[in-house]
Design a protein around this ligand. Structure first.
Ligand code: D5M
Ligand code: FE
Ligand code: ZN
Length: 509
């Protein structure tokens, strides 16, 4: 299993034929390390052709290359009977755990990972993604009578269908072709360049679940589009009804252990929390801060990017977490801290990432008992307020794919999570995903989504969901300088559990 696990770790699925080829080699484990190091991660499935250049012995077997489509099992299409044990995820009650300070962990992969890198995991994952989002889409106008792809193909009149996007591309004549698939089959759909629907077609992302309405063109399978529908949320449901008291403080991307960590700003924040910075009215305010939520990249980590070593205070990951524990211990002990990991933390890279393992937790537990460790993403509830904590790695992919989105307004990019009801619509790219049997990136109806990762600060609201991106505590790194990304460090969002309004507090210009 070792080579398969190494692939899962990176969010890569090892095709069975590629696995067999690797196992025929002298040292499969060493070879897979080399391959993964050089792999471009554009295709989440590692195929025999990807490893051919590395294999030395060929035991004379004819090459049996298969087409990508035949093995990319992201399609919820007629699987073998025994794999169709289709679960109704809604019927599975999630065990709710109550932690420090009445923090309920509503959804978290920690301790529940079932991904074994098998085809059935892919099938179950995409099936769950499809069913959950379809359920929402079919509540929207014009989509109530959505029918399966195969039934639509036989129809004549106006039709609607919900499918996973298998391909999006511009045609030679400037129209947009979108290939949609459900468990019954695949259908090509076309947004004509001179129709209103065209601008919507430009927002369609690969692998996401969308609904479409249109009419079949005469004598063919091609569906001419009138509209594209995302699941989204209906208009704002208003503020949470609950009436708690005190504040939750939100921060992210602290990067302890980096030479670019902004110690002065952090010290101001710590002093402020202890009532030693900011004057009497601040003292009154900070007394009421009951929770601190940290959305990943707690430490700088090691081996994350090439050349990162030059910016490390220490190359010992345990020492970095010890420093984190020392720093968090300086905060008032009545503050309940929630820690979710990011791509710099020492857990598996593929999302959903579990909480820090026991060894790392012990570094903190020895020091303090007010921390709740959760996975990434995870949903927690505090005083009736539902918070979706997600580091935000997929923001890089959304910004790259959607021309109207940019690093300058990170909270607005997060509204895409609500519109698409998904935290990682594109499978692969810069966001490695482990195909769990259940889709942990589905977005239900949180009151708050809290992200970090892009090191840009922003607060926004969309359809009643508060969107916070809490920036960083690290100054511009060499990479960011090269890319022209100017970080927004030393900022905190305070959310009132009483009036449900956010406030911004700055500790750095
Ligand atoms: O991510 C901070 C931001 O910078 C995030 O948008 C990714 C981007 N970033 C930083 N370094 C790199 C490299 N080397 N490659 C690609 N993208 C990068 P963080 O998770 O804190 O590193
Ligand atoms: Fe970061
Ligand atoms: Zn990050």
């Amino acid at each position: 299993m070792e080579i398969v696990e190494k692939c899962i770790e990176q969010g890569i699925f090892l095709h069975p034929d590629a696995k067999q080829k690797l196992e025929e080699q002298e040292d499969p484990s060493q070879l897979i390390d080399k391959i993964l190091k050089e792999y471009n991660f554009e295709n989440p499935v590692l195929l025999p052709k990807h490893i051919e250049q590395y294999t030395t012995k060929n035991p004379g077997k004819p090459k049996q290359e298969k087409k990508v489509e035949s093995i990319t099992p992201k399609k919820p299409r007629k699987p073998e009977k025994k794999e169709t044990t289709k679960k109704e995820p809604e019927d599975e009650p999630e065990p709710v755990e109550t932690q420090n300070g009445g923090i309920e962990v509503v959804l978290d992969v920690t301790g529940r990972s079932e991904c074994e890198g098998e085809l059935k995991n892919f099938y179950n994952y995409f099936n769950d993604r499809y069913e959950k989002i379809k359920k929402e889409i079919t509540k929207r106008n014009g989509m109530r009578n959505a029918r399966p792809v195969e039934a639509v193909k036989r129809g004549k009149e106006d039709v609607s269908v919900v499918g996973i996007v298998n391909e999006v591309r511009g045609t030679q004549n400037g129209h947009k072709l979108i290939l949609l698939e459900d468990m019954t089959g695949e259908i090509p759909t076309l947004a004509l360049k001179n129709r209103d629907v065209y601008s919507k077609s430009e927002e369609v992302l690969l692998d996401e679940v969308i609904g479409v309405r249109g009419a079949l063109s005469d004598g063919s399978d091609l569906l001419m589009l009138d509209d594209i529908v995302w699941p989204d949320l209906p208009l704002s449901g208003g503020k949470p009804q609950s009436k708690g008291d005190g504040y939750i403080a939100f921060i992210s991307d602290v990067h302890f252990g980096s030479t670019t960590f902004l110690e002065d700003a952090w010290n101001r924040f710590v002093n402020w929390l202890n009532g030693e910075y900011g004057g009497p009215e601040h003292q009154e305010l900070v007394k009421n801060i009951k929770y601190l939520c940290i959305a990943g990249d707690l430490v700088e980590g090691i081996g994350i990017y090439p050349g990162q070593k030059e910016e490390l205070k220490t190359v010992s990951i345990t020492e970095q977490y010890r420093e984190a524990a020392r720093q968090l211990k300086r905060l008032p002990s009545h503050i309940n801290i929630i820690i979710s990991p990011g791509n710099h933390d020492a857990v598996r890279q593929a999302e959903p990432q579990p909480a820090f393992d026991e060894e790392i937790q012990e570094v903190f537990v020895g020091e303090m008992d007010n921390i709740t460790f959760v996975g990434n993403p995870s949903t927690i509830k505090i005083a009736g307020v539902e918070i979706l904590v997600y580091h935000g790695r997929s923001l890089d992919d959304l910004i790259a794919e959607l021309p109207k989105r940019s690093y300058e307004k990170p909270a607005e990019v997060m509204s895409e999570y609500v519109k698409r009801r998904h935290l990682a619509p594109i499978y692969g790219k810069k966001t490695p995903l482990a195909p769990e049997n259940k889709d942990y990136h589905y977005v239900d109806k949180p009151d708050i989504i809290h992200c970090g990762h892009v090191h840009k600060f922003g607060v926004d609201q969309y359809k009643g969901v508060n969107l916070f991106n809490t920036g960083t505590w690290q100054r511009q790194t060499k990479f960011q300088k090269k890319k022209g990304i100017k970080p927004d460090p030393g900022r905190v969002v305070l959310y009132s559990l009483e009036n449900h309004e956010p406030k911004i507090v700055k500790f750095c210009n």
